[in-house]
Every structure is written in C-alpha cells, then in structure tokens.
Design a protein around this ligand. Sequence first.
Ligand code: AMP
Length: 318
Amino acid sequence: MSTFDEIYEKIKEYPTIILHRHTSPDPDAIGSQAGLARSLREQFPDKKILCAGEDDEGDLAWINTMDKVTKKDYEGALVITTDTANTPRISNKLYKEASFLIKIDHHPDVDPYADMSYVDPDAPAASQIIVDFINAEKLPLPSEVAYPLYAGIVGDTGRFMYPETSSHTFEVACQLAKTGININEIARNISDVTFAQAKLQAAVLDYMTVNPSGAAYAVLTQKELKKLGVTDDQASVTVSTPGRIKDIKAWNVFVEKPDGTFRVHYRSKGPVINQLAEKHDGGGHALASGANAKDMDEVKQIFAEVVEVTKKYNEEHE
Ligand code: AMP
C-alpha cells in the first residue's frame, strides 16, 4: 500500500486527473469523488480535473453531477478511483485509458487493480479517507469540498450508527460541519424518501420471511416496483428497513431487474456476509455487501447460505 505522500507526489505530476467511482452509486461514491475533485481543483487551478461516471447519479445529483469525458481526455491522464473495490464496478470503462491508476477505498482489497493504492477497510466511508488525505497534504477544505464528503460519511455510516463509526469519524464530521455546511439539509436529503419509496419499505416488511435463526429476506419484483413507480436504484432505500427489527440479525433484499435477474443486497448486525456475496458475483464489507442472482433458484440458495452463517454466529455467541 502507498502512503498519502506518495499519492500526492503522483497527483502533482499529472496535468489531467480524472476521478471515477462505482456503478449504482451511493452518497459515499459520489461524495468521495466530488470532495477530492473539488479540493484538487482549488489547489491546482491549472490542472484539468474531471469527475467521470455513467450518467446514473439519479436521486444523488444534489451531491454532484458528472463531467463529460471523452477518450481524448485520458491521454497522459492520472485516474483515481474512490470507493470502488473491483474493476467490474468502476463507472465508466474509460478508466482503462489512464496512464496511471490510483485506488483510494475502504472495502477489503480483494482486487488490487491499481498501480498505487490506499485502502483502509476499517474506515467507515471512503469520504473519511479523503478528509484524512486532504488534512495530511494540507489541501483546501472549504464548504464546497466539505458538503459532498459529509454526505458520503452520513450515507455510509447510516447516520453514524454502523460499527466502523469511531471517535475519529466524529472528529472528521466536526471539522466538516465547522466549514458552515448545512448538516441538517444533508441528513434530510439522505434520509427522506418519496411516498412511493415508503410504500415499498412497507412492502418489504409485508413480504419478508424470517427464519428462526434471525435471518430474513424479501423479494421485490418488477411488478411491485412498477406498481409503485419506483426504479430498481430507488429501491435501495428499503435495504436498511429489516435491520430496525430487534430479532433480525442478517438479511437480504432481492430487487428484480428488468431482465429478470436480481440485484442482491446483504446486510448484517453480526454474521459476516461478504464472503457469501463473493460467491455470487459480488462483494463488499463484512456487514454490508451486494451481489447478483440470475434466478429464483439462486435467490433461495443465497438465503440458505445466510441462514447457515447466522446459525453458526448464534452458536458462537450463545
Ligand atoms: P449495496 O447493497 O448495493 O448498497 O452494496 C453494499 C456494499 O457492497 C457497498 O459497499 C458496495 O460497494 C458493495 N457492493 C455492492 N454490489 C457489489 C458487487 N456486485 N461487487 C462488489 N461489491 C459490491
């Protein structure tokens, strides 16, 4: 792994720097990318600094929108990915044209794809690492930089609830808040849902199957999504809903895609589920992962595996 200083030396070398993040972005993906880009733009007004990704910010355009990039922009360019564990998840694929590739991430480093990387799986958000980088290298951190980074931290910590949240996370959040950003607006933007999304949350609870082990799952079909007018990306807001129930320890939400396959969300309060996700074209954190299932047979198999690790977890914690 490289140091912040080594990464910063590389940044200084390149006249063009293009920031990429992961597909199906969440606030941390967009926030870490935007925060780093904006700070570097302040520090290096003569460099060309761009945010690239498919046009899929959707409901997260309030954090940042992408710049238009062409193949030509990548000539002699440095690409930095943030919050992106593996190459299939890098949005978009023009990153392959980079002269040099740097990865800054907080997922387990299962795919060390870059020429240089800084990966800290203990950090609750890639945005927290970006703040640490900005501080270490004495880069500018005005409110325009702080805003997306705070959004990323609030998003990936579940509003400072998930276990990786530490006293350092609060120090960083405090520093960002002191820039004058509207922390209430950010928290509201992240937590507010549309009426249709709220109905979908109710559907998750209605359709949920709970195993005696404390493992649970719900399947959201295209039919249900269409009925409520919710896209599969917007359905992500339902993923944390089962976790509010005391007896539920690990769960899946399966969201059917238009092609009949399923986007799989894994969440847990204890049983480790990322190795399970890796078996199904996915991965992620120990307690929050994603994967893909081709049909209902794979859906059932995935849930059986979650039941198994939850039972094992119960035995170990009796
Ligand atoms: P999600 O359930 O989509 O919110 O994803 C939870 C976590 O798992 C996030 O940190 C994602 O970056 C990661 N993740 C989701 N899908 C995949 C995938 N197909 N491959 C690797 N990591 C994933």
